[in-house]
Design a protein around this ligand. Structure first.
Ligand code: SF4
Length: 349
C-alpha cells in the first residue's frame, strides 16, 4: 500500500486557501493547516469591535475553515520577525504599505523553516495562490520567485492554478493527480465560487480588500503618519493595534489624539488606559480618548477640547473633562468644545 503523504496548507481564513486544502485532501493526502498572526490580520481581532460590524459572525475564520475541513490548525505568532518584511520589503510595496510579494515568500519560508515540516513529516506546502489574481504578488513570473526565494522550490503546490505552472514535485511523484488540479487565473472569482458549490461550501469568508490591514489605504496612511511623526520607521504591536481603532487626530508631531467612535471601540481603548494619558468627559456622555506621544499641559487641554467636541456636550458652552496620567495623577479641565472649523483637515490622519 502506498505511503500516505502529508502536506501543510497555509490557511488565511479566506475561500482560496480553504479550496486549495480541500483539493489536496481529496487526493488522499493528510493535510494540516498553518495560520500566521502578523499583527495586521483583519481576522478575528479588531474586525469584530465596532458596532457597525455587529452583524458579522464573530469568529476566527482560519479556525472556522479548519473546522469545516476537519483538519488540525496551527496558529503561529510571527509578528516580531514580520516587522522586517513590513519595514524593508526587498520587492517593494503594493498599492499601499502591503509588501505582498515579500510577505508570501516569508510565510512559505516560515512554513518550511519553522521545523513543522520535518517534525510532522510533511512532504509539501499548499497555498491558495492564483496566477493573475494580484497585480504585484500573484503573477506568472512571481510564482517561481516565491518558490525559489522561500526555499520551498518544487515542494510548493498551488492546486487552484497548478495547470498554469510547471508540474511541482507532488504532481511529478503522483502524490496528487495533476488532472484533478485547476488552471484558475485572473481576478474573476466565479471558478472559485463554482468549486465551493461543488464541495458543498455554502458559507465562507470574503474579506474585502485582502487578508490584512496593510492593503487598506486609510490604515496605511496612519502607519505612514506614525513613522513620519516619530522620525523613524518602526512600530510596536500596540501601535499597529491602535491604528485599527478610533478617530486619529494629530495636531502636532509629538502627540496624537485617539477618540473612540462607538461603544465597541470605547471598550477596546479601556484596555490601554494604563499606558497613555486618557481623557473622560465628566459633565456629558462622551468617548474615551487616548493621547499618544508626549503631550505638554497645553496639548492636554487641546485634547480635552477635542474630546468634548465628540461628546454629547459638543453644543454646550463648556464641558468638564478629566485627564488621567499613567502615574495616577488626575487633572480636571473645564473646556469649550473645539468647533468643527477649528479642526484643520490636516489633523485627521
Ligand atoms: S495582503 Fe497582507 S497578509 Fe496578504 S499577502 Fe499581502 S501583505 Fe501578506
Amino acid at each position: 500500500m502506498a505511503e500516505r503523504r502529508k502536506a501543510v496548507a497555509l490557511i488565511s481564513g479566506g475561500l482560496d486557501s480553504m479550496l486549495a486544502a480541500k483539493v489536496v485532501m481529496d487526493e488522499g493526502v493528510h493535510v494540516e493547516g498553518l495560520n500566521f498572526f502578523t499583527g495586521f490580520c483583519v481576522e478575528g481581532h479588531t474586525s469584530a469591535i465596532r458596532n457597525e460590524d455587529q452583524r458579522k459572525p464573530k469568529r476566527n475564520n482560519a479556525l472556522w475553515v479548519a473546522e469545516q475541513l476537519g483538519i488540525k490548525l496551527h496558529i503561529v505568532d510571527i509578528s516580531e520577525p514580520y516587522k522586517d518584511i513590513v519595514l524593508n520589503p526587498k520587492h517593494g510595496y503594493g498599492a499601499h504599505l502591503n509588501p505582498c510579494l515579500d510577505c508570501k515568500i516569508f510565510m512559505v519560508d516560515q512554513a518550511r523553516a519553522w521545523g513543522f515540516m520535518e517534525e510532522n513529516g510533511c512532504d509539501f506546502i499548499i497555498t491558495g495562490e492564483v496566477v493573475g489574481q494580484r497585480p504585484k504578488s500573484q503573477r506568472r513570473d512571481t510564482m517561481p520567485l516565491i518558490a525559489r526565494e522561500s526555499g520551498a522550490q518544487d515542494r510548493l503546490l498551488r492546486p487552484l492554478t497548478a495547470l498554469n505552472l510547471p508540474p511541482s514535485l507532488p504532481e511529478r511523484e503522483g502524490w496528487v493527480n495533476r488532472e484533478h488540479l485547476f488552471g484558475f487565473h485572473g481576478r474573476n472569482r466565479k471558478p472559485q465560487i463554482e468549486l465551493a458549490k461543488r464541495f458543498g461550501f455554502d458559507e465562507y469568508a470574503q474579506p474585502a480588500g485582502g487578508c490584512c490591514f496593510l492593503t487598506d489605504e486609510k490604515y496605511s496612511a496612519k502607519l505612514s503618519d506614525l513613522w513620519r511623526a516619530r522620525g523613524q520607521r518602526d512600530y510596536s504591536l500596540d501601535d499597529i493595534m491602535l491604528l485599527k481603532v478610533g478617530r486619529h487626530l494629530r495636531p502636532a508631531d509629538h502627540f496624537k489624539v485617539i477618540v473612540a467612535r462607538d461603544d465597541g471601540e470605547n471598550n477596546f481603548l479601556e484596555g490601554y488606559r494604563k499606558q497613555f494619558v486618557y481623557l473622560r468627559t465628566e459633565s456629558h456622555e462622551g468617548p474615551l480618548t487616548l493621547i499618544d506621544g508626549c503631550p505638554t499641559p497645553d496639548d492636554i487641554e487641546l485634547a480635552a477640547r477635542i474630546a468634548a467636541r465628540y461628546s454629547q456636550g459638543r453644543g454646550a458652552d463648556a464641558v468638564n473633562v478629566s485627564a488621567h496620567h499613567p502615574n495616577g495623577v488626575v487633572e480636571q479641565f473645564r473646556v469649550v468644545p473645539i468647533g468643527p472649523h477649528q479642526v484643520p483637515a490636516a489633523w485627521h490622519v
